[in-house]
Design a protein around this ligand. Structure first.
Ligand SMILES: *Cc1c(COP(=O)(O)O)cnc(C)c1O
Length: 691
């Protein structure tokens, strides 16, 4: 999309809304006209905070509330930073007692403008909780809360003479100070924003004009009646906001992140500017101009605030965007769907153990494990101790089994991070035991793959492991080596492996030795075998929704690919017939050719031979062939037939684009490998974006 077609109306209006908030706190027209100042600050500017609430609700609802956790965390951190920023002012003003600090932080904000943060946090909790009730119930409840809020705000004079309501509002004011808070004000606007409704531009403009006129009349009437305890909430305000938001939403295209950041900074910093302008005016003896003239005062505050905001924005630490070059996109919904699908194929009592070795098969082990943990998976397997430690550091709880060999030196770390170690054979078991520290282990049993594991038939050797005092044996497992085939010979071999495994477990039990939790299926074992009498099934590749074109799967499982791989177009160039491109000039144009150069190469983990073996990418929903030799950091694509391709367009190497899809299975086949290898080799240089 070109820059010109973008009109990020919502983000740009944040700037206007932030300036309106500055108006409220400076009263730009107060020394000119009381009436106009009232209209500007107490009527018009009252649209600012509801706008911020609506845009928050709009984005949270659009993400189906999935980004709520991230939003709350970010908002809480910003709030704490703001509290710290204004600590000097608070202390200068005498500070608060401990209980008062807690009440201020949780309910009212610690300086006048900071009430917004606890309000939006509480409001989001309430709106999110209510949203489960469905419409229109949720809107009715939020509107009722708003009406109650009105009674403590602009309409207080009407209500306060009645003893019952007066007592109620006194109780509210003891906690919040005002009713324009997270309970009475925020939920309605969050939910109205969430509706995302818009009408035509002219209808929105007319509606906004009419409703702001209505609100003006309402404001002045209430002012003349002397009913207002505060003037944040009007009956006409929600109507006004629906039209204003509709007007902006109808014009909105794209986003302006800088406007977002700067508007937040204006909001956060302006009270400091007010203090600095007043202090500065005193020092240079220009109070008559800079403070008493409200118009000059407002512009001085605004200029200083804007200056500070722009400087802070310019010096902020900038992290490269994950999608600026080549990146993986992880669909956590698909991951959870796959986990549920696989779990549903297991016998009751058998748990899915998610295999997240090799950085979760290239999907990002920490993100994968954390997401699965949230949907109830409690056991994880990794190949190495370091991988297990990384998971713990990322906050993963539950069982973590190290499937590979770890020498006895690793025992202190295995214990420190509560990892369960695989015992690879009798010698390994003895070495681990000799270290003299109790260690949680699973015993690997070799039933025919001849990789790790003590031989299943050597019961005496196995029994000796149970005699080792420092091994706390919690489980026993084996691995199938031909479960991805359905021919007679392979099936016989798999069943022989299963028989050996369960036979060994039985014999051990007869000897009074508890084998603990049993597990033998990996992905193809889950897909091709009936449910097994085990405690775990270890799913790797199937969890990520891919298989391999050569593997046989008995039943279509409905698994969804989790990973997409994308890269940007760096440049597009024209070649005349006969011209060559790339190392060795192995590509020769046989017609007038447009070549797109993509910012991804074999150093990102793509197999180098893919370009020669019919590799392709999707651009603008069409398939384009790779040509020439793949470079370390770039590759060539022939886009002669897709004339719309431009630099910075996004190409899809794995995943969906429009109607077309390139599957990881296809890419692996072209390179004579399997998806496990392809995905686990995707390099650390790739960015990572959640979908
Ligand atoms: C890698 C591995 C798995 C997972 O295999 P998938 O085929 O990817 O499901 C399971 N068990 C062991 C021992 C492994 O090494």
């Amino acid at each position: 999309m070109s820059a010109r077609s973008q009109r990020p109306a919502l983000d740009r209006f944040r700037l206007a809304a932030a300036v309106l908030v500055v108006c409220i706190h400076t009263g730009p027209l107060s020394s000119v006209s009381g009436v106009w100042d009232f209209w500007l600050c107490r009527v018009l500017a009252r649209t600012a905070v509801p706008f911020f609430l609506m845009i928050t609700g709009y984005f949270l609802v659009r993400s189906e509330w999935k980004s709520t956790g991230r939003f709350l965390k970010k908002t809480a951190l910003t709030y704490l930073a703001a509290v710290a920023l204004y600590l000097p002012l608070n202390l200068y003003n005498g500070g608060y007692g401990l209980l008062e600090w807690i009440q201020k932080i949780l309910a009212e904000g610690t300086l006048y403008h900071l009430w917004y943060f606890p309000a939006v946090i509480l409001g989001v909790f309430i709106a999110w909780g209510l949203s489960k009730l469905g419409q229109p119930v949720v809107l009715i409840i939020a509107a009722l809360l708003y009406l109650i809020g009105l009674g403590g705000d602009s309409y207080y004079g009407l209500i306060s003479s009645l003893p019952g309501p007066a007592a109620f509002y006194q109780a509210v004011f003891a906690v919040f100070g005002y009713t324009r808070n997270g309970v009475f004000l925020a939920p309605l606007f969050l939910l109205l924003g969430g509706l995302g409704r818009w009408w035509s531009k002219s209808a929105s403009l007319a509606g906004f004009g009419a409703s702001i006129a209505l609100m003006t009349a309402e404001g002045f009437l209430l002012r003349s009646l002397g009913w207002q305890r505060h003037d944040s909430m009007y009956l006409a305000l929600p109507l006004c906001m629906l039209f204003l938001f509709s007007l902006l939403l109808g014009q909105n295209a794209g986003e302006d992140k800088r406007a977002r950041r700067v508007s937040l900074l204006i909001y956060l910093l302006h009270p400091w500017s007010i203090v600095l302008v007043r202090g500065g005016a005193k020092v240079v003896r220009l109070e008559a101009l800079l403070v008493e003239n409200s118009v000059v005062h407002f512009f001085a505050v605004l200029a200083l605030t804007l200056g500070m905001a722009l400087v802070l924005d310019a010096v902020r630490p900038i992290r490269p965007s994950p999608t600026s070059r080549a990146w993986k996109e992880i669909d956590l919904d698909a991951l959870r769907h796959n986990a549920e699908t696989l779990q549903s194929r297991l016998s009751p009592g058998c748990e899915l153990m998610a295999v997240v070795k090799a950085d979760g098969y290239g999907h990002g082990a920490a993100a994968v494990a954390r997401s699965l943990q949230k949907s109830g998976v409690n056991a994880f397997a990794v190949a190495t101790m370091s991988e297990g430690i990384s998971l713990r550091k990322a906050g993963v709880r539950g069982t973590i089994l190290v499937l590979g060999y770890t020498p006895a030196e690793g025992i202190p770390l295995l214990r420190r991070w509560r990892l369960v170690q695989t015992v690879a054979d009798e010698a390994h078991g003895r070495a681990l035991d000799a270290a003299g520290r109790l260690l949680r282990v699973h015993i690997a049993v070799d039933t025919g793959m001849h990789r790790l594991g003590a031989p299943a038939e050597d019961i005496d050797a196995l029994s000796r492991l149970w005699a080792l005092k420092n091994l706390k044996i919690e489980g026993m497992f084996s691995h199938l080596c031909v479960s991805d085939r359905l021919d007679r010979e392979a099936l016989d071999y798999t069943h022989a492996q299963l028989d050996r495994f369960y036979g060994t477990a039985d014999t051990l039990r007869k000897r009074g030795l508890a084998p603990g939790k049993l597990h033998i299926q990996a992905s193809y074992g889950i897909l091709n075998l009936p449910a097994q009498p085990c405690a775990y099934a270890r799913a790797g590749i199937a969890l990520y929704g891919v298989g391999s074109e050569s593997a046989a799967v008995a039943l279509e499982a409905g698994l969804r690919p989790v990973l997409s791989l994308r890269a940007n177009v760096a440049c597009v160039r024209e070649l005349s017939p006969g011209e060559g491109a790339g190392y060795g000039l192995t590509f020769r144009a046989n017609r007038h050719t447009r070549l797109a150069v993509l910012s991804i190469g074999y150093a990102d983990g793509l197999p180098r031979e893919l370009a020669q073996n019919g590799g392709r990418v999707l651009l603008h929903g069409q398939s384009c062939p790779m040509v020439g030799r793949m470079c370390m950091d770039q590759l060539f694509v022939d886009v002669t037939d897709v004339s719309s391709v431009r630099p910075s367009d996004t190409a899809t190497l794995i995943g969906r684009n429009g109607e077309l899809t390139i599957r990881a299975e296809e890419v692996s086949r072209r390179c004579g490998t399997i998806t496990n290898e392809l995905l686990s080799r995707l390099g650390p240089r790739l960015g990572q974006a959640a979908r």
